[in-house]
Design a protein around this ligand. Structure first.
Ligand SMILES: [Ca+2]
Length: 301
């Protein structure tokens, strides 16, 4: 008799006499479209031992896949070595890992850089939990990289209503040693009690990309206070969900002039300030072997 396993674990390295096999429960599927739901096997009941599920999500070209968890509880292990969920940025098991997840804290929303996401759920031989439930969405890409002394950016279609299902990223970069100041001249998004990046919201980060420190996440309307970065870059993300839109926003950015220190301020490790004042904060912008570049917050005299 010949036994054929679709997926299996070998108890030892070989395949000779005396090798024992463990069949794995197969699950998962190839998903396409604009949105859907992913669940661990048996959810909301406990997942089985020795499971391996693989999903691929493919959305339209020029979109990204966004994955948001509504429930998450797996066995916890160091390096997620026991039961785990791996999210990859592409179509196969060798694509870059976006997240490797286990334990019981609900993950942040995960977004691919392209239109395909590869998801693998694997469990070991003992300890089972309820698993996970997640929603996935297609998000249209928009936004741009901005640099210079000042400028504006706005939600798509502004001042008309923004489209549903967008994912717009702007990065703003000014000269080294300066800061970016941002003010919204208009701000009108669908309000929500939970202001998250899976609904209509603007996320602002203190740096050049999506992993930089969070300054704030805005939903609803009426933001007029200026935001000033600690360095010379600012990251803004605007997302909209699949229902209800308003006029959106217009942002104005500029160099924060009062706090600029130019290269001519440096002389043999002595700082000669163009403006006189009291130092409130000090940030190290660059730390090379020969040069240390600082940025100061000044209260002008
Ligand atoms: Ca387990």
């Amino acid at each position: 008799m010949t036994l054929v396993f679709q997926t299996l674990l070998l108890s030892s390295g070989g395949c000779g006499e005396g090798t024992t096999f463990l069949s794995r429960k197969r699950c998962g599927q190839a998903l396409t479209g604009n949105n859907g739901t992913l669940k661990s096997p048996n959810y909301p009941y406990n997942y089985p031992n020795n499971a391996r599920c693989v999903w691929t999500i493919t959305t339209d070209p020029d979109t990204r896949v966004m994955l948001t968890f509504s429930y998450f509880q797996l066995e916890y292990g160091y390096d997620c070595a026991y039961d785990f969920l791996v999210i990859r940025d592409g179509s196969d098991p060798t694509s870059n890992v976006l997240q490797r997840l286990c334990g019981s804290s609900t993950p942040e929303t995960i977004v691919s850089t392209g239109n395909v996401m590869f998801i693998e759920f694997q469990t070991n031989y003992r300890r089972i939990y309820k698993g996970f439930q997640a929603q996935w969405y297609s998000r249209e890409v928009c936004g741009s990289a901005l640099s210079g002394n000042n400028g504006t950016f706005q939600s798509p279609n502004y001042p008309n209503n923004y489209p549903n299902n967008v994912y717009c990223e702007w990065t703003i970069r000014t000269d080294v040693g300066t800061k970016v100041q941002l003010t919204f001249s208009a701000f009108e998004l669908h309000n929500s009690y939970y202001c998250s990046s899976s609904i209509d919201s603007v996320t602002i980060r203190d740096g050049s990309n999506s992993t930089a420190g969070l300054i704030g996440r805005l939903c609803g309307s009426g933001y007029s206070d200026s935001i000033v970065t600690s360095g010379n870059s600012l990251y803004i993300l605007f997302t909209s969900d699949n229902s209800f839109s308003l006029s959106g926003f217009q942002g104005q950015w500029s160099i924060n002039q009062g706090r600029k220190l130019s290269q001519t301020n440096y002389k043999h490790n002595t700082l000669l300030l163009e403006v006189q004042g009291t130092i409130r904060n000090c940030f190290i912008i660059e730390n090379n072997y020969h040069n240390l570049t600082f940025s100061f917050d000044l209260t002008r005299m």
